[in-house]
Design a protein around this ligand. Structure first.
Ligand code: TMP
Length: 214
C-alpha cells in the first residue's frame, strides 16, 4: 500500500470533525489526493452498525458486545474503503479508529473488558496494520461534553448514548488516550484541543508536515 492513513482520536466534543475538514482542505490545496472517513459508520453497512451503537439506552450493550460491533464495523471499513483507497495512493483521514475502542471499551469502562480480548479482536479484524499517524485531541471532558450536547441539539437523530455516561467514564477515557500516546510515541501525538480552531489547525499541519513530510 503506498497511501497514508492518519487517524484522529479523542473524547467527545474535541473538535475532530472540524479539524479533519480543515486538514482535508489544506492537503487538497497542496494537490494531494485525500479522502475523509469515520468510525463507526464509514461504509453503508457501517452506518447501520453505527445506529445500533450510538443511539438508545446507555446500558443496552456491555463493553464486550460493543467491542465486537466496533471491530466488525472496522473490518468492513478497512476492507471496503481504507485499504482500497490506500492502494490507489490516497491519503485517508479517519475520525476515530481502534484507539477509540481501547479508550472507551477498556479504559472508559474501567477495564471491564480485558486488553488481551481487545488485542485478539484487533488481530482478527485488523491484523498487523496500524495508522501512520494518530492525532489525539485532548480536552477537559466537561468542556467537551458541553460542546457535544450543543451539537446534538441540532441533530435529527440524537447520538447521545455515550455522552449519557457519568463524568468518571469520560475522565477515564481521557486518561486512556494519554496512556496510549505514552505507549506509542512514534505513532501518536497529543494536541491541546482547548485552543481556537485556527490555532489547533496550525498545530495539526505542523505535526503532519514534521511526521509525514506531506
Ligand atoms: P463519534 O460521535 O465521534 O462519531 O463516535 C461515536 C461514539 O462511539 C463516540 O461516543 C465514541 C464511541 N466509540 C467507541 O466507544 N468505541 C470505538 O471503537 C469507536 C470508534 C467509537
Amino acid at each position: 500500500m503506498n497511501g497514508c492513513f492518519i487517524t484522529f482520536e479523542g473524547g467527545d466534543g474535541t473538535g475532530k470533525s472540524t479539524q479533519i475538514k480543515l486538514l482535508e482542505d489544506y492537503l487538497k490545496a497542496k494537490g494531494k489526493d485525500v479522502i475523509t472517513t469515520k468510525e463507526p459508520g464509514g461504509t453503508e453497512v457501517g452506518l447501520e452498525i453505527r445506529k445500533l451503537l450510538v443511539c438508545g439506552d446507555k446500558d443496552k450493550f456491555d463493553a464486550v458486545a460493543e467491542a465486537l460491533l466496533y471491530f466488525a464495523d472496522r473490518h468492513i471499513h478497512l476492507t471496503k474503503k481504507i485499504w482500497p483507497a490506500m492502494n490507489e495512493g490516497k491519503i485517508v483521514l479517519s475520525d476515530r479508529f481502534a484507539d477509540s475502542t481501547f479508550a472507551y471499551q477498556y479504559w472508559g469502562y474501567n477495564k471491564r473488558v480485558s486488553k488481551e480480548t481487545l488485542q485478539s479482536l484487533y488481530q482478527i479484524s485488523v491484523g498487523d496494520f496500524k495508522p501512520d499517524l494518530t492525532i489525539i485531541l485532548d480536552i477537559d471532558p466537561e468542556i467537551g461534553l458541553e460542546r457535544s450536547f450543543n451539537k446534538a441539539k441540532n441533530m435529527d437523530v440524537k447520538e447521545l448514548r455515550f455522552e449519557g455516561r457519568e463524568l468518571e467514564f469520560h475522565h477515564n477515557l481521557r486518561k486512556g488516550f494519554l496512556e496510549i500516546a505514552k505507549e506509542e510515541p512514534n505513532r501518536c501525538v497529543v494536541l491541546d484541543a482547548d485552543k481556537s480552531i485556527d490555532e489547533l489547525h496550525r498545530d495539526i499541519v505542523n505535526v503532519v508536515n514534521q511526521r509525514l513530510g506531506l
